[in-house]
Design a protein around this ligand. Structure first.
Ligand code: UDX
Length: 423
């Protein structure tokens, strides 16, 4: 097979579409299959159902190489390498729900001419068990490390590509697909590849929980966590990234993957002590803003609180495991009236933010509020006229900056009571 061999993508979600777009950009014919007919129809019409910078342009540019279908039968004759990109959400137990992956394996049956290339995040051991139960089909683990908001860029410029395989030549064929990207390619066994993905996310979450605890202690001891991060990050062994203190990590991956790894360890008889603490620190961190409000406002009963930012991070409309949802619920149970504003995500959040007033603009949320909590560091929040209009509109000049995003000196000079995180 040459390096431009056709590929199949199963699951046209966020990971699947980014994978399809990028492989088509690299010159491959790509056969995309999803079970939802409306999704396939809109993709065929050129409409992309998700927001990810650069994605729709890339799909459009390569439209003649992209083929959309609801029928697995259309994939099998056209491509031998089939990327599994269906989602593996957490189940009630915290273990990953593999029902969608299992359905894909069932549909593929015993096609010995095909290999399933697993991009979905799955528990360590999944590849081995699929191989045991499916006759003949090849199996390669090829986890994704894409960040929302820069997924297309991350795919085309990876820090590394991980390709795990135990037998056969499919691993080499997957390696060949990535060779044009000029990135280090880690060839390893399937179980190690599966673990690399979970361990990477768990480590990043640990790094954030660690710096959040340093921030909390710094508040007590009079150090400034931003300075501490800067000083720590220049040590090449530590590195500057993922050392930003704040209200904790959220999103569709970290909470699910950290919990999944902890559960997986527990199921195998090992108590992963560190991850238990990493998760607990994160839960407490999300609520710390409440204590800061109470310190200045006393009881929160009847207080008007403005939340700026609902998305779990800037530049996405994703609100899965977003801190704002936890904060809104907690504030309401303390008796506060909550207003929330997000530049893109409040439409999605309306259902989950019951009882919260969804504001059309930051200024609407701020008008008459007793305090502002900055939850997501959207650039536009820095541009607000904090010294002028915002201060005039607020009932009290109290700001809890959950991301250390605003200029502290400027806020203090403007007469605010300003509470950051660890500064
Ligand atoms: C993450 C991983 O980075 C990616 O490799 C994986 O494939 C999926 O999960 P993503 O969920 O898009 O990507 O978010 P990311 O940008 O990594 O941020 C995760 C969370 O950590 C956000 O809530 C963010 O606000 C928080 N964070 C990040 C911090 O609180 N401090 C930091 O220094 C960095």
């Amino acid at each position: 097979m040459n390096a431009r061999e056709p590929i199949g993508v199963i699951g046209a979600g966020w990971v699947g579409l980014v994978t399809a777009a990028c492989f088509s950009e690299l010159g491959h014919e790509v056969y995309v299959r999803d079970i939802i007919p409306e999704k396939i129809e809109s993709l065929a019409r050129g409409e992309v159902p998700i927001f990810e910078p650069g994605l729709s342009e890339m799909l459009e540019r390569n439209s003649e190489r992209l083929h959309y279908t609801t029928d697995m039968g259309d994939l099998l004759p056209n491509a031998q390498l089939l990327f599994c990109c269906v989602d593996t959400p957490p189940s009630y137990s915290g273990d990953a729900d593999l029902s969608r992956v299992n359905r894909v394996v069932q549909e593929l049956g015993d096609s010995a001419d095909h290999a399933l290339i697993m991009k979905s995040t799955v528990p360590v051991g999944t590849g081995r068990s699929i191989r045991r139960n499916a006759n003949g089909i090849g199996y390669v683990s090829n986890p994704e490390f894409l960040k929302e908001g820069s997924a297309v860029h991350d795919f085309m410029n990876p820090d590394r590509v991980v390709v795990g395989f135990d037998e056969g030549d499919y691993g080499d064929r997957v390696v060949a697909l990535y060779e044009p990207l000029d990135a280090p390619i880690i060839r390893t066994d399937v179980a190690s590849a599966e673990m690399i993905k979970l361990a990477s996310n768990a480590f990043l979450a640990t790094k954030i929980s660690f710096i959040n605890e340093i921030a909390n202690v710094s508040e007590e001891l009079g150090a400034n966590v931003d300075e501490v991060s800067r000083g720590m990050g220049l040590d090449a062994r530590i590195g500057p990234q993922f050392l930003r203190a704040g209200l904790g990590w959220g999103g569709s991956c970290f909470p699910k993957d950290v919990t999944a790894l902890k559960q997986l360890a527990g199921n195998s008889g090992y108590h992963f002590q560190l991850l238990t603490a990493v998760i607990e620190v994160n839960e407490l961190q999300k609520r710390r803003a409440i204590g800061k409000l109470q310190k200045h406002l006393g009881t929160l009963v009847g207080k008007e609180i403005a939340l700026l930012g609902v998305a779990f991070k800037p530049n996405t409309d994703d609100i899965r495991e977003a801190t704002a949802l936890v904060l809104a619920g907690r504030l309401q149970s303390e008796g506060a009236n909550v207003r929330a504003y997000d530049p893109v995500a409040t439409g999605r959040a309306a259902d989950l933010l019951r009882g919260t007033h969804i504001a059309e603009s930051a200024m609407e949320a701020i008008d008459g509020a007793d305090a502002v909590v900055l939850v997501t560091e959207w650039p536009e929040f820095r541009e607000l006229d904090w010294a002028g209009e915002v201060k005039q509109k607020l009932a009290r000049p109290l700001v809890v900056d959950g991301r250390n995003f605003l200029d502290r000196e400027l806020m203090m000079r403007a007469g605010y009571t300003y509470e950051g995180v660890g500064r």
